[in-house]
Design a protein around this ligand. Structure first.
Ligand code: MSP
Length: 536
């Protein structure tokens, strides 16, 4: 039962199609959300982090057929691949939704009834183009324009992905999307941070300014989908079904007091995190659907860029694909960097809003510089010295020793607030910089204060205790701030310094106030956290 005295923070990933195994791209979105979910738990929120699988539609049905299976059987066989990878990558989702579950069927059918009542639904017939890989409709004008640009000589290709289109002629229900142009523009005007980052908002706004067409939201030429409750020849268009998952997971359409309390507590969502490829569905169609049925709108849609593989010869980013032979599997990266190194690399070296060119050589560089040489090395030196000079314990604060100003406490002042300003907006690279400033300063401080020399002079015992205490305190605070990125390592560091009670912290700001290190507590030296990667 959720503790509703805390504020709710509801964050979602897209639900992924089960036509393929989870890959580096889908894992990227999922880890990005996980870091935010863990951060919000540290800030005292009651978090619901939702992910799942999008199982209906032509694309999934085709994948099933290619594997000689029934669609449901195929989806069931794929679910473990997603669940296993998310577990391996330390994804802390609170829910995993599948669109073939009864709760989704009920909620989508409830949505149909509300849409019918709203007056924004009508029956007609669709005659136009459809891209199965993208599960998207295209107008004649869009297709002709793209074909002219591409010189496709009679073949009609998808304006977005360039793959062959299907001609669809069928009876269909339409959602009057065109009626929402003004309301959507008003939303963007009044809530300029509805779409993040800013430049994506501009893209969405100009798309809507260009005019909106009504959207076909049911299909009659195949049946792998949720039946329209009042017309069972029709199944729900896969996107109309998929978007609804966000409401389903928080109890929409369930007539019990518990479900209604959950909906009131959780909705609207704070963040839908999506890739830039599906921004129109989330920033145009989804808010219009919610407006039609009178539900509140999500606070933010954050659209991240795409991971591209850096071509070492040209230095340019290329689309990842099996046919180019440049696809990188999540397991390959985990093998190289470990799970925590994996998370750290993608979250702190790729700017979330932009496309990021990734490469194995860059991964090694970041891992060695930040994790092996800076963070790991700092922890191991400080714990070793604490154990060596203070009988296996953290030094006690020496009341005789009048502490000099040390650079670390100054840097640590207000650090949680500076870090949070960035984390709140999914600016992970800048948030990491705030922490690494303290880590780097601590490494310099070791060199500058030379505790090994101080230790030789018994008259300087107070000074030695002060140096080691400062180092351990900087480490304690950094471990807290690095928790969302590398939860296991941070927990391990806190344990090694005898601060396991702080591992499940729910008040980051309080935990990061300088001067809370307990003295006389046993420390564990342990193995290197991040062994240096040797040059291949
Ligand atoms: N099923 C829909 C989403 C429905 S949400 C109501 C869908 N699924 S998908 O399996 O195609 O996943 C698309 C998402 O995967 C992208 O939006 C993005 O989050 C992620 N990525 C896929 N390839 C990617 C990269 N190369 N780089 C980063 N993320 C990418 O669309």
């Amino acid at each position: 039962m959720a503790d509703r005295s805390k504020p709710s923070f509801f964050i979602t990933t897209p639900i992924y199609y089960v036509n393929a195994k989870p890959h580096l791209g889908t894992a990227y979105t999922t880890v990005l959300c996980d870091v935010q979910a863990r951060y919000r738990r540290l800030k005292g929120y009651n978090v619901k982090f939702l992910t799942g699988m999008d199982e209906h539609g032509e694309k999934v049905e085709e994948a099933a057929r290619q594997h000689g299976m029934e669609p449901q059987e195929w989806c069931d066989s794929q679910a473990p691949f997603f669940k296993r990878l998310w577990e391996e990558l330390e994804i802390s989702n609170d829910d995993f939704i599948r669109t073939t579950e009864p709760r989704q069927v009920r909620s989508v059918q409830y949505l149909w009834d509300r849409m019918q009542e709203s007056g924004y639904l009508y029956k007609g017939s669709y005659d136009g183009w459809y891209c199965v890989p993208e599960e998207t409709y295209f107008t004649e004008t869009q297709v002709t324009k793209a074909d002219e640009e591409r010189h496709t000589e009679g073949q009609h290709l998808c304006p977005d992905c360039g793959r062959p289109l299907e001609r669809v002629q069928e009876e269909s229900y339409f959602f009057k999307l065109s009626a929402f142009q003004d309301r959507l523009l008003k939303l963007y005007h009044e809530h300029p941070d509805f779409v993040q980052p800013d430049f994506r908002m501009n893209e969405v706004r100009s798309f809507v300014e260009g005019g909106l067409q009504d959207l076909s939201v049911s299909r009659t030429s195949f049946d792998w989908g949720i039946k329209v409750p009042f017309d069972d020849k029709h199944v729900t268009y896969v996107w109309f079904d998929a978007l609804q998952n966000y409401l389903t997971a928080v109890g929409y359409g369930v007539d019990t007091p518990e479900a209604q309390a959950e909906l009131a507590f959780r909705w609207p969502a704070q963040y839908h995190v999506v890739g830039k490829d599906i921004i129109r569905f989330h920033c145009v169609i989804w808010p219009a659907m919610l407006m039609a049925i009178g539900e509140a709108l999500p606070e933010h849609v954050f659209a991240h860029g795409f991971l591209m593989v850096r071509n070492e010869e040209t230095g340019k980013g290329e689309k990842m694909s099996k046919s180019r032979g440049n696809a990188i599997a999540p397991q390959d990266v985990v093998e190289l960097l470990g799970v925590e190194g994996y998370r750290y690399y993608f979250m702190t070296d790729v700017t979330p809003g932009e496309d990021g060119a990734i490469s194995f050589s860059r991964m090694e560089q970041v891992y060695n510089a930040d994790l092996a040489n800076s963070w790991g090395n700092l922890v191991s030196r400080a714990l070793n010295m604490s154990a060596k000079y203070f009988d296996g314990k953290t030094p006690e604060d020496d009341p005789e020793w009048v502490s000099r100003q040390n650079p670390l406490s100054q840097i640590a002042q207000g650090i949680a607030q500076r870090y949070s300003e960035h984390m709140d907006k999914i600016e992970y690279v800048q948030a990491k910089d705030v922490v690494m400033e303290l880590v780097h300063a601590a490494n310099h401080y070791v060199e500058d204060s030379a505790p090994w020399t101080v230790a030789k002079d018994p008259a300087r015992a107070g000074e030695l205790a002060d140096i080691i205490r400062n180092l351990l305190e900087a480490i304690r605070i950094s471990a807290h701030l690095l928790t969302p990125f590398m939860p296991q390592t941070s927990a391990e560091v806190l344990r090694r310094m005898g601060a396991e009670a702080e591992v499940d912290c729910e008040d980051l700001d309080a935990a990061c106030v300088w001067g809370q290190l307990a003295g006389g507590v046993e420390v564990t030296k342990g193995d290197a956290l991040f062994p240096r990667l040797a040059k291949k």
